[in-house]
Design a protein around this ligand. Structure first.
Ligand code: FHN
Length: 438
């Protein structure tokens, strides 16, 4: 009997601990998750003092230049003096974003180089104190986003190649930085939490925090629970996501995939097969670089990017498309051109993307499906033949039409499902959309 009492007491205590660590999102967070899934398309911005180096003449180097070229902190600290983006016009950036049909921006507040692109008071290694420009770009961008109705998320690198207390070091930012071989890890986490507090208190309501860099020290004591709790206490609606490349931890509000569709791993980053029930997001580059790189002309075509966005939507994932602004503050004209093409496409076909959720048929070689209410959108992206067989649907089909001209699609039942007739003259070079009313 005594043992049973102990057991009950232990179970109650354990349940209590679980209840404390169990995160249940606030109503405003749940609302933002819905908004996020409806929004579908955002601009990722990698901007920092590394833009001055423009990749240093190498194709694959940009925001990683400090680590790739083994630049000691003492030397790298000279870079901010050259960063003077006098042509930065936040109103222009946000107008581009809107014309592209994007609904939000995620911008680097601090990348792995440790340099804060905002007015941080906890360290003077920031844009206001160290550059001739002397102004907080995040503040200016946030004000403009508020004016034009765009949400702003802050990317924050947990990995830091500059802070001495980021110790023991991880996989990157090692001895070349010239930091002492000692440091207080907990002091670093405190510093990070103070910077996050700044970001969550000085910029009004933000969309959320986009973490990156945990992969540098996967086994470290990141005190995630404390950090996530802090963020949600400061702004319960702020969505937390982390690019740790593994399954989401409790407290995270969305799951992200880097340069791969959910479930794919062509890049070697995505080490998990877990696709959670959280909102999903895929991020992608326009060329091969995140930060500005003068030598990287390996641009993806707008068709390729639209098709990836469509496939992402078919997986239920947002598409966060990156640009690395130039050191003068302008977005590369090549990137603007691509964004305008995407915006025009979305103006015409946005109905089949915005506000949808993944459709009933898993994306495959030929394309993807999205769904909104009683409409299933079949996006035919790559089809040689004039017939497409899709699995049977569990709802009765009322009618099927081509999105482009509203004409009826002929279809018949087959052994495996439904065969849709898609004559060549009805095909659209980017995405032939069929609307199935159920
Ligand atoms: O190392 C970073 C990289 O610079 C960039 O920020 C991307 C964006 O997803 N994430 C990291 C690599 O996983």
């Amino acid at each position: 009997m005594k043992n049973l009492n102990y057991l009950i007491m232990f179970l109650l205590l354990a349940m209590n601990t679980v209840a404390q660590t169990d995160y249940s999102p606030a109503p405003e967070n749940l609302k933002n998750r819905e908004w996020f899934q409806d929004a579908k398309f955002g601009l990722f911005v990698h901007w920092g003092v590394y833009a001055v180096m423009a990749g240093g003449g190498d194709q694959g180097v940009a925001e990683w230049i400090m680590n790739q070229k083994q630049i000691p902190i003492e030397q790298y600290e000279k870079l901010p003096a050259f960063f003077n983006p006098t042509s930065f016009d936040p109103a222009e950036w946000v107008a581009i974003v809107k014309k592209a049909g994007m609904q939000y921006i995620t911008i680097t507040s601090k990348h792995h180089d440790g340099f804060a692109m905002y007015d941080s008071k906890v360290s003077d290694y920031n844009i206001v104190d160290q550059t001739p420009y002397g102004k907080d770009v995040l503040k200016q961008l946030k004000d403009e986003c508020d004016k034009q109705g765009i949400k702003l998320f802050f990317y924050y690198s947990q990995l830091d190649w500059h802070h001495p207390d980021y110790f023991p070091r991880g996989r990157t930012g090692k001895d070349f930085t010239g930091r002492p071989q000692s440091g207080d890890w907990n002091k670093y986490i405190d510093y990070m939490n103070t910077q996050l507090t700044e970001l969550l208190t000085n910029y009004g309501e933000i969309g959320g925090i986009w973490f990156d860099g945990m992969w540098d020290k996967p086994d470290a004591e990141w005190r995630l629970e404390e950090t996530y709790q802090l963020i949600h206490d400061l702004q319960p609606g702020a969505m937390i996501g982390s690019n740790h490349h593994i399954a989401p931890f409790p407290g995270e509000d969305f799951q992200m995939f880097e340069r791969d569709l959910p479930g794919e791993n062509t890049m070697g980053f995505n080490k998990t097969e877990t696709i959670s029930d959280l909102p999903l997001e895929m991020c992608e580059t326009m060329n091969g670089s995140w930060g500005f790189n003068l030598k990287d002309n390996n641009y993806k075509s707008s068709k390729q990017l639209i098709q990836t966005m469509v496939k992402a939507a078919g997986h239920g994932a947002n598409f966060l498309l990156n640009t690395g602004p130039m050191p003068n503050g302008k977005i590369q004209p090549e990137n603007v051109d691509t964004l305008m093409v995407m915006g025009r496409w979305l103006k015409q076909y946005g109905e089949a993307i915005y506000g949808t959720r993944k459709g009933p048929i898993r994306p495959s070689e030929w394309g993807a499906t999205t769904q909104k209410g009683n409409i299933i959108y079949v996006h035919v992206l790559d089809l040689e033949q004039e017939q497409l067989e899709i699995p049977a649907l569990d709802r009765k089909i009322k009618k099927i039409t081509f999105f482009d001209d509203g004409s009826k699609v002929k279809f018949k039942k087959s052994e495996k499902g439904i065969v849709l007739e898609i004559p060549s003259e009805k095909k659209n070079t980017i995405d032939t959309i069929l609307k199935i009313e159920i």
